[in-house]
Write a protein that binds this ligand. Structure first.
Ligand code: NAD
Length: 702
């Protein structure tokens, strides 16, 4: 105890949230609580029953409507809206309500009702104030925008992520945000789905003040007495009220959007630009149009598939729950993968030691980590702490203290076995050993480890900082507890674990390789590489197979292709001799500045722009071998089920998310149709297109 009688722990503990008076008015509501303080200010606090985070379900909105009626009758001096959840204000609409919707008229009717509630809040005659901590997203931000003032507790973040679900804001955001802040900034926020953290939100004018939790009472008093900034329109809103100016800006936005996504695959940003161009500045017209457009998008295939992907992601995340008991990670091999795995783990709060036989590789990796921390961590303290947690380990002693050792040396079974023989005796009791191998079956590696039950694969993808998936590879001698800790480790560092069975290439490389190899055969036939890439992009892949092979590294592709060809019975094209020559000459792709493409200084491939557009059949020739391999993986039990497979292939390969996953795509297009197409390709190009026996087990189109 200190002299003041307050314990140090109490002083250091995070301050409890100020949620207004404890005494509540009896309203019958289960999600909201209403109270009135001594200054005659009403406090409306959302604490959605049975959930750890607040979302806006229909029941939450119906109660809000009822409570706004009470507040209209109470006529308090002002109204404060807050969340009682530690996690934040409101994370958006309840996405579960968006699943399986096919009727846009029904959505229109529901959205019209919800708009009436938000309009009722906006029309209250007294000052209204949203006090926001944590996430304030989508519908949550729309609710906050309907208040006269918004105050952010330091650390709060604001955004409209709807576009990532194939939607645009649907609860008034499309007209309230551009009326409040620079309309061009507002459109950028809605078009990109990017979140604005506290400082940026203040600079944009999205919030009126940023405060610490302990100043909530003062901020409320200031708002109620009109001392906060007077609400004002943005001067650009006036200028962009003229349709020629808006037309010009809209054309630019369309051009920018086209660089990222096509309208056929992702209509939402295009519809948002249309809305703003046609109705910008006219709130009433925009509101009607927003509801109609939102409903049409929500009932459309893209949004429904992206919502499916959202839940696929949640499913993988759930695999990563639990305690890993891992605080210290030791990484062996400071190359492309090991260096980035080490940096990522340090950024996520783990202690890391990084070693390599080449001291220069360690130095380079630490340098790369430092620029990564600078770019991706928000505060100087976070950057310093992450840097402190990452230790360059020239002696390799970290292995003796680590709870998990991750090996990321060259893709060669002999080298890996030598590394295990040296490191295993140094590891502490109960520590785990993981390999980042891309394709070597664990059964080939486990014999050189004295504790095979604690060995498994943790297959990260390149680039580690962007690819969320990690394959957790088991084998016949792995202990379930070790695999569970491995999955929980992925969860702890914000990655998505997918359990896979050990087999050549595991899941992701197994399905990618036939696709990449087919692209190489096409090259051999004289088809332009740009045309091949375009065929895959037209299907919706984020980048074509030729560019991807260069990105992965042709040396790695070659090793994986060899492993699969040797280890699998499935027919595959021969590895072209020229690929081996290229690798031996060091033309290994993007990392070498030259590969199948040449690269500029910024690492972009130099592509010809005058190549012929791909024939429609070309994308089937690339994509169907990938889907066929997915079916084989299911049949062989490499992955548990169709849903997990769809999730892993989307997050591991970038497989066109708006198509909902390879198996989902196969089912929507029609399994019979896909089998018939594979048979046609088989006749023309050979047995590598033979439909896998697993298709029979899938049943007909679901
Ligand atoms: P890399 O060549 O960039 O790095 C390998 C590092 O290991 C080098 O710095 C090398 O000096 C070091 N090394 C070699 N032998 C060693 C030893 N005995 N002890 C300590 N260090 C040693 O390779 P990479 O691309 O980072 O690949 C590493 C592993 O990750 C491979 O198994 C690869 O298949 C896998 N992987 C690579 C990718 C990718 O896209 N590059 C993706 C997923 C998995």
């Amino acid at each position: 105890m200190s002299k003041t009688g307050i314990s140090a722990a109490a002083l250091l503990a995070p301050r409890a949230m100020d949620l207004g008076p404890a005494e509540r008015i009896d309203t019958g509501a289960v999600h909201w609580r209403l109270a009135r303080d001594a200054q005659d200010v009403a406090w409306l606090v959302l604490d959605r029953a049975g959930e750890s985070a607040n979302t806006l379900s229909e029941a939450v909105m119906a109660e809000l409507d009822m409570l706004l009626g009470r507040i209209e009758a109470m006529k308090p001096k002002g109204l404060v809206i807050r969340s009682a959840k530690k996690s934040g204000f409101i994370a958006g609409a309840d996405i579960r309500d968006f699943q399986g919707i096919a009727d846009s008229a029904e959505v229109e009717a529901r959205m019209t009702q919800a708009h009436a509630v938000i309009d009722r809040l906006a029309a209250l005659p007294m000052p209204t104030l949203a006090v926001v901590h944590g996430h304030c997203l989508g519908g949550g931000l729309e609710l906050a925008l309907a208040c006269r003032y918004r105050i952010a507790i330091d650390g709060a973040s604001f955004g409209f992520p709807e576009v990532l679900l194939g939607l645009h804001p649907g609860l008034g955001g499309t007209f309230r945000l551009p009326a409040l802040i620079d309309p061009l900034e507002a459109m950028t926020m809605m078009l990109t789905g990017k979140t604005a953290h506290t400082k940026r939100a203040k600079a944009l004018g999205l919030v009126d003040a940023v405060i610490e939790e302990r100043h909530v009472q003062n901020a409320v008093a200031a708002a109620m007495s009109g001392k906060l900034r007077k609400p004002r329109g943005n001067w650009k809103s006036g200028l962009l009220g003229f349709s020629p100016a808006r037309g010009l800006a809209a054309r630019r936005m369309r051009a920018e959007t086209e660089k990222r996504v096509s309208e056929a695959h992702y209509p939402a940003p295009y519809r948002l630009i249309d809305l703003w161009e046609e109705h910008g500045g006219d709130a009433k017209a925009m509101q009607k149009a927003e509801i109609r457009s939102f409903a049409a998008l929500l009932a459309g295939v893209t949004a429904q598939n992206l919502i499916r992907v959202f839940f696929l992601r949640e499913g993988l995340k759930a695999q990563g729950k639990g305690d890993s008991d891992i605080a210290h990670v030791h990484v062996i091999g400071a190359g492309t993968m090991g260096g980035d795995i080490a940096a990522w783990c340090a950024a996520r709060g783990l202690k890391v030691t990084l070693t390599d036989i080449d001291a220069k590789a360690i130095a380079r990796a630490v340098g790369r980590a430092s620029s990564f921390f600078d770019k991706r961590l928000y505060t100087g303290i976070d950057r310093r702490d992450a840097f402190d947690r990452l230790g360059a380990d020239f002696s390799g002693d970290g292995a003796g203290r680590a709870d998990l050792v991750i090996e990321a040396v060259a893709e060669n079974a002999d080298i890996k076995r030598t590394v295990y023989k040296a490191v295993a005796p140094r590891m502490k009791e109960g520590a785990l050993l993981a390999t980042n191998t891309s394709s070597i079956p664990l059964e080939q590696l486990r014999r050189s480890v004295p504790f095979p039950e604690r060995l498994f694969g943790l297959h990260f993808f390149n680039p580690v900082t962007r690819m969320e998936l990690v394959e957790v590879v088991g084998h016949d001698k792995a202990a379930e507890r070790a695999l569970q800790r491995a999955r929980a480790f992925c969860g702890a560092i914000d990655r998505l674990p997918v359990p896979v069975r050990s087999a050549p290439g595991f899941l992701v490389n197994r399905v990618l390789t036939p696709y990449l190899m087919e692209a190489l055969v096409m090259l051999d036939e004289g088809i332009d590489k740009e045309t091949i890439d375009k065929a895959a992009e037209t299907f919706g892949m984020p980048m074509g197979p030729i560019e991807l092979a260069d990105r992965v590294g042709l040396d790695i592709c070659l090793e994986v292709a060899r492993t699969l060809k040797d280890g699998l019975k499935t027919p595959m094209p021969d590895v072209p001799a020229w690929l081996e020559t290229m690798v031996s000459e060091g033309r290994t792709g993007r990392k070498a500045g030259k590969g199948l493409y040449d690269y500029d200084a910024a690492g972009n491939p130099k592509k010809k722009t005058d190549t012929p557009p791909p024939h429609a059949s070309l994308s089937d020739r690339l994509i169907l071998p990938l889907i066929n391999a997915c079916v084989a993986c299911l049949r062989e039990g490499i992955v548990a089920d169709e849903t997990t497979l769809d999730a892993a292939v989307i997050f591991g390969t970038g497989f066109a998310p708006f198509r909902g996953g390879p198996l989902h795509y196969a089912r929507s297009r029609g399994i019979d149709d896909l089998i018939a197409e594979l048979e046609r390709l088989r006749e023309k190009f050979g047995d590598r297109f033979a439909p896998d026996a697993g298709w029979n087990g899938l049943g007909k189109t679901g």
